[in-house]
Design a protein around this ligand. Structure first.
Ligand code: HEC
Length: 106
């Protein structure tokens, strides 16, 4: 049983690794990072802890859009104190992981 699962797991890893190494993030890693984001960006999207505070939905946005928005906040190109602070804690890999996670939420 364990052996079979291990083999399936390894095959799965081999299948996705080359792609991830390029530029796709890992949605599983992203799910952990996204834990901080979902307080504001709520899942499913419309519910968040600040009902009177406008927060865009990121679940279901495109991978490229999420990555470029986060990089823009991180570089200060896109100004928003809250999101700049968030993006500053993320590495390139984190950004790709979290984007990979959010695109799974459609
Ligand atoms: C404290 C609340 C808060 C947290 C935590 C937060 N965000 Fe945001 N986020 C916002 C707000 C508010 C905006 C809108 C900013 C603006 O108008 O530019 C935003 C904008 C964004 C956008 C751009 C969306 C668009 O439609 O242009 C992305 C992508 C994003 N956040 C991703 C994240 C990720 C990933 C995390 C976790 C690492 C995160 N956010 C954590 C409040 C938050």
């Amino acid at each position: 049983m364990l052996n079979r699962l291990t083999i399936i797991g390894l095959l799965g890893l081999l299948a996705v690794l080359p792609v991830q190494a390029e530029m796709r993030g890992d949605p599983e890693e992203g799910r952990i990072i996204a834990y901080t984001c979902t307080g504001c960006h709520g899942i499913p999207f419309h519910v968040n802890v600040y009902p009177t505070y406008s927060v865009p939905r990121i679940g279901g946005q495109s991978y490229g859009y999420i990555v470029s928005s986060l990089k823009a906040y991180r570089s200060g190109e896109r100004r928003h104190p809250t999101m700049e602070a968030q993006a500053n804690t993320l590495s390139d890999q984190d950004i790709h992981d979290v984007a990979a996670y959010f695109v799974t939420l459609t």
